[in-house]
Each structure stands twice: as C-alpha cells, then as structure tokens.
Design a protein around this ligand. Structure first.
Ligand code: ME8
Length: 645
C-alpha cells in the first residue's frame, strides 16, 4: 500500500568497496535508489539519500600496497572518481560517506565499546579459514580439503587469532519475532524466507575483530585489534546522519522520528543486513527503523561480470554511446524486484528502439507535428464532451497513475514503467482510431480534431511527469518541446485535464534516434576484440613445467549441479574406460545436459581433493573465447581415447 501520510524518507545504497571501478552492477543499486529518492522528493516527501564507500579491510590494504599508495591515498582517489561517476549518472545523493572519515570512525569506536561494556561483545579465540577477497571466515566443511572459498572460489588462508565476538545467539529469537511481526521488513518475500530459515538453523557468534592487518578502525580499549569491516560498514547508515555526534538533527529527523528508512542491497549482502545489522542495533538499543529491498544481479550472458572473464561493462561505456537516460531506463525497466536481469547490448538496443525511439519518441514527434500542422502549434482545452476513445484514454490514465504510484512507492519500478508504457501504446493506438489526417480534411470536424490533439497532449504530459524519476533529462526536454507550464510539470498536477491553452515548439526534435542493430553489433564486436588484445597474458612457464601435466581425453557420462552451489557441476567421466568424478566451476556457462556425451580434455594427474565434501579427481580444461565466455575444450575426433600430452 502507498503510505499517503509519509513525510520523510531515508534511502541508502550499499557502500561500495573501495577496491576498483564501479560497474553497471553496482550502478544499478545506485540508480534505483536515485529513482526512489527522486520519486519521493517529487511527491513532496522530505528525502535524504545516502551513498558512499566501504574503505577498510585487508583487501584494500593489499590493493593499496600493489598500487604503491597508502590505503588512505588510494581510497580517497577512488572516492573522488566514484563521486564523479555518480554526478555523470545524474545521481542526487545528499551525502557521500567514506568509512575512513573521522565522523564515522570515532562513532564506530564508541559503539564497539558500548557493546563490549554490555557484554554483547566478548574476547575469545578464532581459528579457521579466512577469505581475504570476501573478508569472511568459513568452516572446514565450507572450504573443503582444498581450502577454497565457497563464495568466490579463491584459496582461503588458515588463521588463528585472538578475536572479539558478537553474541548473535542471544538475539536470534528476538530477531525472528521481529521479522514475524514486521512482514514488510525484508522484501521480496522469497528473500525473507531465506533469512528466516538461516536463523532457524542456529546462529554462531560472529567474529568482529582482526589482528592480522592494520587498515581498519582500531578497538579503542585494545588497539591491537581492528574492528571487523562489516560492523564498521553497517554503522555508516547512522553515522552519516550524525548519530553519536554533537549534532544528531538528521538522525532524529530521518531515523528516530522518520517515517520510512529503506536500505537497498544486492541479494549477496542480504544476510549481513537482515541479521547482523538488526542485532547490532538491538545491542545498542537503537530502534530498527529500516526495511530492506533486496535486488538481484545484473548478469551477462556468461553469468556474473568478472575481470577474469573480461565481461565487465562500465556505465560510461554505455552512456557515452547511447546517452544516460536510456541506461537508467533499461536498468529500472528490466530488473524485476528480487530477480536477476540480463544485460546484453542486443537487448538494450531492442528496448531502446522499441520503447524509447518508437513508442515514446514517435508519439511525441507525431503529436507535436500534428498540432503544428493543424493548429499552428496551439492546444486549446475542448469544451465539448470527449468521444468514446478519449474517455477510454482518460480512464486508462487514471488507472495507470494509481498503479504507477502504488508500484513506485513499493520499489516495483519495472511494473510501474510497464504501466506507463501501456498508456503510451494506448495513445499511439488512439491516433490510428481517430485518424486525425482524415478529420483535418473536414472543416466541420475541427473541434473533434482539436479534442484529439488535446488528449494526446495530456497523455504525453502525464508520461513526462511519471518518467521524471527515471529519465529526468528526457522529461525536461519533453516539457520544453510541449511548452508545458511550470505548474503543470509538478507531481501534484499528475491529473488528466490540467492543461489549458498552450503552444508547442514549431519543430519537434528526435527524442531518441533509432539505432541500427547490425551496425551496433559490429561496433561492440570490434570493441571486444580490442579489449581482448589488451588483456595481459599470465607469467611464462617452461616446457618442463608444462610436460608435468598429464592431459587425457575423457567422455562425460553424467553431469549434475552441486546442491547449494551456483557455480559447481559434478561430472562423472570415463578415461580409458575407467570412471572418475570431477568437480568443475562451469555451472554458469553450461547446463549439465549440454556436456553429457561430449569428449573433453582432463588434467588427469592433478592431486585429488574434496570440494564441499565431493571428491574431485582431475580438472577439466576450459578457455576464454573471444565472446568473453568460458568454453570447455572439446575433442572433435570420434573414438579417440589416446593420451594426447
Ligand atoms: O558488498 N548486479 O560492496 P560491493 C547488481 N562493501 N548489483 C550488483 C552487482 C551486479 N552484478 N554487483 C554488485 C559490498 N552489485 C559491501 C557493502 S554495505 C554496508 C557494505 C551491488 O562493492 C549490489 O547491491 O561488493 C551489492 O550488494 C553491492 O553492489 C556490493 O558492492
């Protein structure tokens, strides 16, 4: 339900790791938050929109060392370029927090001390496997014999250190009760169920300090320890509002007494926000004011974007060629709340041509051209009653406005935009039904023709208002082209029939120039080849090194997905008629059935290991192809089971 009494809104993005360039995946989180913030502001709701950078941790310390900079220098450089990027993407954040800022670090130290004092945090020992890339500890079962991180696939490190622990167990029942009593706390529903079953399996106390590196916030009473990066990071949502500082005005207004607090997170970090963050707040006796919107991932056809596959798309790659609003539109239109969406240039161009160039762009240019041709650019509000088609259009507008508001206030932008486009389509159909070019031939039909122009104009005006949060520049151009009076551009004029007499521009511009799919495909292919050529090869190895590898042809007999893993497949293969099992991280690139019956190449003398409890006796050879995908190397010749190395 839309909360009509809402007066304030606080919306936050995840704070991004300061370890590299922000790609279209992270930009998605920021763009949807911007859409939400703009929408709320346009509705007259006092809105505070926060984003920022997560700057501490071993990964960042190591990246800085590699770059020959101090960690502080490196994170400042990255924060600077990220701020610049958000400006380029028309992001309207009210603040940008860096977790290395004193306004944050000092408060986090105090909060940690408070939890220590209240015995919610205690000192103990941690022994286990640690993944630097994910900044997380894993159990033996999770990393297997091979000590591989179950999340990112990189090797983990053995560590034993004195650590502080956050008592999660103490709060797990209270948290479950909170989730039950607040049905909209975690959205969408499917994600909430995941969280509940995770808590029900039993929470282990969380290790919340490190002694193995320095780049973090020191524990005030024991500075040998730095505070675990997730406690540090999560607290940004309140430190940025001045909580614990001399001036808590923003905290009081937007959190404590605020009407709506929304944390937008990717599904990968839901657990941290849905379990650790509310427990930290309970321990600190701060009210849990927020709700969570967990969105899916922007995926490439090969799976997730990754540097090693070479399929990362940066937002400026897209906006430099196609403009900003088409990217903002594509991302908000394609991603249903909670699910993943695919980014491909083919799909992007299809949406651009269909929705923007054909449906919206044409409706605007045709309407303006007709108003000029038949009425010298002037639109006059008709006095007589509307015809049946117009009544239908008017009724649909009312319905669309309601549904749009309902969807946009609940973060369902895809549905909201689908509604808007249904109105655009109806208006295009209205032109065909009313045939203005025939009406124009009959002097007696002048009033009827004027009415048709008026109705088209009104639909376009409403559309320009509704797309404002998503495509602010486009909406501005539409208002200019149509000569919409300032008072009729505002959200409270989102009502059919507000326009009196106006004049449109003489010559309409092309809002979105149609793209040639073949030409664009050629452009991206050439760009990809150039990118590939730039990619550095790994260090050289000698022929002796290579000859140690025993490569064999194997036939895949069975293949299945490993339960609980997005990446791993379990393959049963036959080498010289002897069966073997091999675990391979190719699930994002191949469906199991694609592989059965294929002859492939296997490293046969790799030491057997257990991966997530499954024995793996070898490795399947794959290579990256020019299409940025990972491909299994396949044998063409039939019945060839000879050793090939
Ligand atoms: O996790 N599609 O930072 P991070 C959609 N610092 N969204 C994506 C995405 C993709 N392909 N890839 C990333 C962190 N994201 C922590 C957060 S918050 C207190 C600390 C988005 O730089 C998504 O929202 O890895 C994900 O949760 C966020 O970027 C993670 O960014």
């Amino acid at each position: 339900m839309e909360n009509k009494n809402k007066k304030t809104c606080y919306v936050t993005t995840p704070i991004y790791y300061a370890s590299g360039n922000v790609h279209i995946g992270n930009s998605y989180s920021t763009i949807v938050c911007d859409v939400f913030a703009r929408y709320n502001r346009l509705k007259g709701i006092d809105t505070f929109f926060l984003t920022g950078m997560d700057e501490h941790g071993q990964k960042i310390e190591e990246a800085a060392k590699k770059a020959g900079k101090s960690p502080q220098e490196m994170v400042n450089d990255i924060a600077k370029s990220t701020k610049e990027l958000w400006k380029n993407l028309n992001i309207t954040n009210d603040d940008f927090i860096q977790t290395s800022e004193i306004r944050h670090t000092e408060v986090v130290q105090q909060l940690f001390e408070k939890m220590l004092k209240n015995k919610d945090i205690y000192l103990g020992y941690y022994e286990g496997d640690y993944c630097v890339a994910c900044e997380a500890y894993f159990t033996k079962t999770q990393v297997g014999e091979e000590c591989i991180c179950p999340d990112c696939g990189k090797p983990t490190r053995k560590v034993k250190e004195e650590s502080y622990f956050l008592n999660l167990k103490k709060y797990s029942n209270r948290l479950l009760k909170y989730i039950e009593e607040n049905p909209d706390f975690i959205q969408p529903e499917s994600r909430k169920n995941e969280v509940v079953s995770f808590i029900e399996q039993g929470l282990e106390d969380l290790c919340v300090s490190r002694t193995s590196f320095k780049w973090g916030i020191p524990v005030l009473s024991n500075p040998r320890h730095v505070i675990y990066v997730w406690i540090d990071a999560l607290c940004n949502y309140i430190t940025a509002l001045g909580y614990g500082s001399k001036d808590e005005t923003l905290y009081n207004k937007f959190w404590l007494n605020g009407d709506e607090v929304v944390h937008v997170v990717g599904k990968d970090i839901l657990r941290f926000h849905a379990i650790y963050w509310p427990i930290i707040l309970m321990a600190l006796d701060i009210p849990i004011k927020f709700k969570l919107y967990a969105h899916g991932w922007v995926l490439m056809k090969e799976g997730k974007m990754s540097k090693s596959v070479g399929n990362i798309i940066y937002p400026l790659d897209v906006t430099k060629r196609y403009g900003l609003d088409p990217l903002r539109y594509y991302l908000t239109r394609e991603m249903p709340l909670g699910n993943d969406c695919l980014f491909s240039y083919d799909r992007f161009i299809e949406r651009y041509n269909t929705d923007l160039a054909n449906d919206l762009g044409n409706l605007l240019s045709r309407t303006i051209a007709m108003i000029n041709k038949y009425f010298d650019g002037v639109v006059i509000k008709p006095k007589e009653k509307s015809d049946t088609f117009a009544t239908e259009l008017e009724n649909l507008s009312k319905e669309v406005i309601n549904n749009y508001n309902e969807n946009f206030s609940n973060f369902r932008f895809q549905n909201g935009l689908t509604e808007v486009w249904s109105l655009i389509s109806r208006a295009n159909k209205y032109i065909d039904e009313t045939t203005p070019w025939i009406l124009a031939k009959d002097e007696d039909k002048k009033a009827e023709l004027n009415s048709v122009m008026y109705h088209l104009y009104e639909v376009l005006r409403l559309v320009a208002i509704m797309v404002m949060p998503v495509m602010p520049d486009t909406s501005k151009i539409m208002f200019e082209e149509m000569g919409v009076l300032p008072e009729n551009q505002a959200f409270d004029s989102l009502e059919y029939g507000k326009t009196s007499d106006v004049k449109v521009v003489t010559k309409p511009i092309v809002l979105f120039k149609r793209l040639d799919l073949v030409e664009e495909q050629k452009y991206h292919q050439e760009k990809n080849v150039a990118k590939k050529e730039e990619a550095p090869t790994k260090n050289e190895i000698s022929i002796e090194d290579f000859s140690k590898i025993d490569l064999r042809v194997a036939e895949v007999i069975e293949a299945s997905k490993m339960e609980g893993s997005d990446k791993l497949l379990i393959l049963k293969v036959k080498i010289d008629d002897k069966p073997r099992q091999i675990i391979s991280g190719i699930s994002e690139f191949y469906a199991p059935l694609d592989l059965v019956g294929k002859k492939i190449v296997v490293v046969a003398n790799l030491k057997p290991v257990k991966i997530r409890g499954h024995l793996s006796e070898g490795m399947i050879l794959t290579a990256s192809s020019s299409k940025n995908s990972l491909e299994v190397i396949q044998i063409l010749k039939e019945n060839n089971f000879a050793k090939i190395s």
